[in-house]
Design a binder for this molecule. Structure first.
Ligand SMILES: *Cc1c(COP(=O)(O)O)cnc(C)c1O
Length: 384
């Protein structure tokens, strides 16, 4: 029997075999760098914590279960996960990415991957037809890298359709699923090969630590990545693994509450005259509404909106109190972000313009507060 997702948040696929011998309900933090051997060729299964540590392993099993993966690997940050992922590729390889990505991923691809001889093409995967897309695929093309919904513009990409193209050409489809979390969307079930998470966000959920994940559809991919994680040494530390384990226990509750709050905030934003655009896939007028409904169990808790002027955007950021002006997302606290100077500060101007990321765009990560308090604050900030 397979557990439902809320149960998986606590027990994964049933973790009797890996639960600590003491019977501890909260999985222990194995704060050790190394492990003793009884003799030559005899190991407990653990040798050195860079390779594996019981706390990290327990967390990886839970995340693999949540994403229906063959395996999951926990890294010291989302960017460490993506950096390790890029070690799968060699100089001369070509990767197609969507044009609207987390700014840090764009910075990595443009400055590190390109320097390492990897060719990156970026296209608008929401608008590009399959024929146009296939024209980009060459002999050296190895992978497609996307996020959906995208950050910050909330564009929705059809994962199943892209997976068909990837399969046809033998490409890996890599989906950064940070925005939806495994609670709302499972790209591997839709045909993706690797899922990326910034565990800092919804999985951790409390804005208190940094972590990242790669979840694989096959053991073969996992073996390649396990070789990389032990070699480059970017695995998640035991204490941070425990914090993320604790965060995941309430993932279902947090996602449900935050999404309800997001829906109410969206309704308020839609009726506010000084708001000129609201990007949320739950709106029936959103171009990706139907695809999102089809491929996800919810519309998420991220809301991007445009205000009538740059001055108003700055005033909102200056005057919010309960809503905190801070980078990041996915925690219990509602945060407001200014992509143009924060998450997307290093993205070239023409890319920003093409994606519609202007100085009037604000992004909300909706938390679990009383939504009335959030709305009351926005009312005040917009009209005082
Ligand atoms: C934050 C984020 C990352 C990077 O993760 P870190 O944990 O900050 O390194 C990658 N992708 C998305 C979509 C993100 O929001």
């Amino acid at each position: 029997m397979e557990y439902g997702i809320s149960t998986k948040c606590l027990y994964g696929n049933g973790l009797e075999e890996s639960v600590d011998r003491s019977g501890a309900i909260s999985f222990p933090i194995y704060q050790t760098a190394t492990f003793a051997h009884k003799g030559v060729g005899e190991s407990t299964g653990y040798d050195y914590s860079r390779l594996q540590n019981p706390t990290r392993e327990h967390l990886e099993k839970i995340v693999a279960a949540l994403e229906y993966g063959a395996d999951a690997l926990a890294f010291s940050s989302g960017m460490a996960a993506i950096t390790a992922l890029m070690e799968l590729f060699c100089p001369g390889d070509h990767i197609i990415t969507d044009c609207d990505l987390y700014g840090g991923s764009i910075r990595l691809f443009d400055n590190i991957s390109k320097k390492n001889g990897i060719f990156i093409s970026s296209v608008d995967c929401t608008r590009c037809s399959p024929e146009e897309f296939e024209k980009l695929v060459g002999e050296n093309t190895k992978a497609i890298f996307i996020e959906t919904p995208t950050n910050p513009m909330m564009n929705v990409i059809d994962i199943k359709k892209l997976a068909q193209i990837a399969k046809k050409h033998g490409l890996l489809l890599i989906v950064d699923n940070t925005f939806m979390s495994p609670y709302f969307q499972n790209p591997l079930k839709l045909g993706a090969d690797i899922v990326v998470h910034s565990g800092t966000k919804y999985l951790g959920g409390h804005n208190d630590t940094i972590a990242g994940f790669l979840v694989t559809s096959t053991q073969e991919l996992s073996e390649k990545l396990r070789f990389i994680i032990k070699t480059v040494g970017s695995g998640l530390a035991p204490f941070d693994s425990w914090l993320i384990l604790r965060g995941i226990k309430t993932l279902a509750l947090r996602m449900e509450r935050s999404e309800k709050n997001a829906e109410k905030l969206v309704s308020w934003l839609c009726q506010e005259e000084k708001v000129t655009r609201v990007c949320y896939p739950g709106l029936s007028g959103h171009p990706g509404h139907e695809v999102c409904k089809e491929q996800a169990r919810g519309f998420g808790c991220m809301v991007t909106f445009e205000v009538e002027s740059k001055e108003l955007a700055h005033k909102v950021l200056k005057n919010v109190r309960l809503i905190r002006f801070a980078e990041s997302l996915g925690g219990v606290e509602t945060l407001i972000t200014y992509p143009i100077t924060q998450t997307h500060a290093d993205v070239p101007k023409d890319v920003l313009a093409a994606n519609g990321i202007t100085d009037r765009i604000l992004r909300l990560s909706v938390g679990i507060e009383e939504v009335e308090d959030l709305i009351e604050e926005l009312e005040k900030v917009f009209h005082e």
